[in-house]
Design a protein around this ligand. Structure first.
Ligand code: HEM
Length: 406
């Protein structure tokens, strides 16, 4: 039994029985380690937007168009609460917990540091770390790709981006890994959050005294709205959402994509034959096919949309990874096809909270696959190995044992 099954399964009167379809976002037995495909198949017979009585009862939107309609309508679908089931004191992040227009000054303060020019300037550091991390396993002939590569790379890049002291790499990596591992242990999670916020708080002090050209200095000195700078609480709420949003996501998209790539020797050959030219298309397809974020909203004003009666107080979950495999939008949606004609996907959501790190996320995956293909041209999953995974709002592959000839 999971922690969420104790809540009521009562179906509210406004929900038409024809829209009810039972699906447990945390523990549905139909979902396997090929998470995105099995998830889409598990909800294939459900209506485009449906109500599940599991986890306190909530709506789920699975079609690209329905998801886009909800994500771009903050007047009715708010980010004020993003927990399923709902909790008493929901956490607050900037800009993620703020609806427009309150989020805008903060988005404006962040945006320049995440645009294509800024990320291009960061690329030598991305490449350096990708090379170091790939070199740490390439001669061994095997690794747990999640623990040894996919979890290590984004946390290192986060530290680079923020301007953290890389002498603390091991300590901070360990904290970050633990943080994402213990999602069901509230006490340890609170303790880890406090430690991480403490380290980020020290960084704020340091950058006030000694500014550099890194992100934390930018936050400390950026002017928002009426020309004022941000206070420490605002800076920490922004830094923490970057910590949450920038690591587990890249780790898990990469992990799921490599799980698939490990089973595609011909695609491995193509990547190894010309890594620089193929890695961009691979990164695009990896992001489309292996979305990991399901995005919740709280209905704050009644709305009838696409035949569905949303009522104030309902929770809605946008199944972005399922929307990015919508067969009304993509031919052969479950195939990882680097020759696919480019069609907009919804893995990064859309609307006012479109992922601010999408250029960086894609660049991380592109550079990592490029360096991997150079040093480990052919590899496969260790036969019979377990590949545990977790679902929920951020979906994760917890282990991916790979091996290759050296
Ligand atoms: C491939 C990897 C990534 C995926 C799949 C992803 C996905 C998403 C999604 C779906 C959202 C919208 C959430 C919602 O509206 O409920 C989001 C928001 C956000 N992401 Fe990402 N993300 C990725 C990488 C990154 C990176 C690398 C960073 C930065 C280091 C980042 C920072 C953020 C921030 C700050 C937000 C909040 C934006 C706002 O509220 O305005 N993400 N991400």
């Amino acid at each position: 039994m999971n922690a969420h099954t104790a809540v009521s399964r009562r179906i509210p009167e406004h929900v038409p029985p024809v829209l009810v379809y039972d699906f447990d976002i945390y523990a549905d037995t139909r979902v396997s380690s090929d998470v995105q495909r099995s998830y889409a198949e598990a909800v294939a017979d459900a209506p485009d937007i449906f109500w599940s009585p599991a986890n306190g009862g909530h709506w789920l939107a699975k079609r690209y168009d329905a998801i886009a309609a909800i994500a771009t309508d903050p007047e009715h679908f708010s980010v004020r609460e993003m927990q399923i089931p709902r909790v008493e004191n929901p956490p607050f992040f900037i800009p993620l917990s703020l609806d427009p227009p309150d989020n805008l000054p903060y988005r404006r303060a962040m945006a320049p540091m995440f645009g294509p020019t800024a990320i291009k300037a960061l690329e030598p550091r991305l490449r350096h770390w990708a090379q170091v991390i790939v070199a740490s396993v390439a001669d061994k002939g095997s690794c747990d790709f999640m623990a040894d590569v996919a979890k290590v790379f984004p946390v290192t890049i986060f530290m680079e981006l923020m301007g953290m002291d890389l002498a603390r790499l091991h300590e901070f990596r360990h904290l970050a890994e633990r943080f994402f591992e213990v999602q069901n242990d509230a006490a340890e999670l609170a303790q880890l959050s406090a430690t991480i916020l403490g380290i980020l708080g020290e960084l704020v002090e340091e950058k006030r005294a000694n500014p550099d050209d890194k992100l934390m200095s930018h936050f400390v000195h950026a002017e928002i709205d009426d020309g004022r700078t941000m206070n420490d609480d605002e800076i920490l709420a922004m830094s923490f959402v970057l910590f949450l949003g920038g690591m587990d996501t890249v780790t898990n998209v990469t992990g799921f994509a490599f799980q698939q790539l490990a089973q595609m020797p011909e695609l491995q050959e193509r990547l190894a034959a010309d890594p620089a030219r193929t890695s961009g298309a691979f990164a695009d397809e990896a992001v489309r096919a292996f979305g990991v974020v399901n995005s919740p909203r709280l209905v704050v004003k009644d709305k009838d949309l696409l035949g569905v009666p949303f009522r104030t107080g309902d929770m809605v979950l946008n199944l972005l990874p399922v929307g990015s495999r919508d067969d009304r939008k993509f031919d052969n949606p479950h195939a990882l096809d680097i020759d696919r004609k480019k069609v907009a996907h919804i893995t990064f959501s859309t609307g006012p909270h479109l992922c601010i790190g999408h250029v960086l996320g894609r660049a991380e995956i592109r550079v990592l696959v490029e360096e991997w293909a150079r040093h480990v041209p052919a590899f496969h999953i260790v036969e019979g190995s377990e590949r545990p995974f977790r679902t929920g709002t951020v979906m994760a592959l917890e282990k991916l044992p790979l091996e290759w000839s050296v």
